[in-house]
Design a protein around this ligand. Structure first.
Ligand code: TXA
Ligand code: MG
Length: 320
């Protein structure tokens, strides 16, 4: 059932149920992070392998120390400035976080989501919410309540409708060692902002198929059912392909001639990265549902949120 009743959502969560919650990034499939049975239900509903750990969601950074230890002062500083927001921190977990949440890792991913409905629920609960994106494992993340309903409707007890997600890309995940911050997943927070903090050295973790223990970073992920080709020059690609039952996902169409294609969706006519991030998953789903033979997409500007968008396009694309 879809609705906007936070009291009902809170009660279901207290009773050990699952609720799809809106966040600024994507919708999450939430349950009590401290209850192993509930956490197991989350993995099952998503058909997610248990080697892929879950993020826990807290109302406030003051609660952080109840679930994590040795939190780096620079993390506290970053959280104080940028949270609630689309930034997730990898920190040493305390014993009260079940191993199933972290897939056996001594580190837990923590975030402080920004959406008024979800913040209301979190502040009414006395436990954190474990919440992966509310999509079947490997598919495109949901950015509306309807996306969740279409795929997990029968597996959640309630879908809390908070409207379309403002950011539209999953949170950026960071870890820290010494004064060196590693971006483990590019996402809805512009990690370059972290460089502005003196003494912080920033690097990006690059995944490979041989490193599946860095999950969510599996090379094939966030993928539509219809093949998606990520190309450098869309016009050139379609000129060499006689098929018209195709879709195009572009970033600023301008004067380009795409009349051959059945469906053309422009992530942002004015090449605005925030708009592109917000539209990305919804447009991928629309193209996937249009009965096309394949989708042709292009990269967006490779800076700021563009890093996360290009990362998702790369994982959605046919390899080879
Ligand atoms: O924006 C988001 O982060 C959304 C909303 C719902 O909060 N959540 C989300 O969760 O994207 P999920 O489960 O789809 O992706 C979480 C990813 C995992 O795939 C994994 O890569 C990483 O976070 N992660 C979580 N816990 C980790 C841990 N203990 N160690 C390493 N990576 C971890
Ligand atoms: Mg996910």
């Amino acid at each position: 059932m879809i609705g906007t009743d936070t009291d009902k959502a809170t009660q279901i969560l207290r009773d050990g149920g699952l609720v799809a919650i809106p966040t600024e990034t994507v919708y999450g499939l939430a349950g009590n992070a401290l209850d192993v049975k509930v956490v197991a239900k989350i993995f099952e509903a998503k058909n997610r392998p248990t080697f892929d750990p879950l993020i826990i969601h807290l109302a406030d950074i003051d609660l952080w120390e109840q679930y994590a230890e040795n939190i780096h002062p620079l993390f506290i500083e970053l959280a104080t400035i940028y949270c609630p927001g689309p930034l997730t921190f990898l920190v040493k977990k305390k014993k009260n976080i079940p191993d199933l949440v972290t897939s056996g890792s001594p580190y837990v991913a923590v975030r402080f989501p920004e959406h008024p409905l979800t913040r209301t629920i979190l502040s009414n609960l006395d436990f954190p919410l474990a919440a992966p994106s509310a999509n079947p494992f490997g598919y495109i993340s949901p950015t509306t309540a309807q996306h969740v309903h279409a795929q997990l409707g029968s597996k959640v007890d309630y879908i809390l409708d908070g409207g379309p997600c403002e950011v539209g890309l999953e949170s950026t995940i960071i870890g820290i060692e010494g004064n060196k911050v590693t971006v483990l997943r590019k996402g809805g927070f512009d990690a370059e902002l972290i460089r502005n903090h003196t003494h912080l050295d920033l690097s990006y973790f690059e995944s490979s198929t041989s490193n599946p223990s860095a999950p969510g970073m599996l090379l094939s992920h966030y993928a539509p059912r219809v093949p998606l080709y990520l190309v450098d020059d869309i016009e050139d690609f379609i000129a060499n392909s006689p098929n018209s039952n195709i879709g195009i996902l572009c970033f600023g169409r301008q004067e380009r001639d795409f009349t051959q294609a059945k469906m053309v969706l422009d992530l942002s006519p004015s090449q605005n990265l925030h708009q592109a991030a917000k539209n990305l998953f919804d447009y991928m789903r629309k193209l996937d549902d249009a009965g096309l033979d394949y989708i042709i997409a292009e990269r967006v500007l490779g800076q700021g949120l563009g890093l996360g968008i290009n990362d998702r396009l790369g994982r959605a694309a046919v390899k080879g």
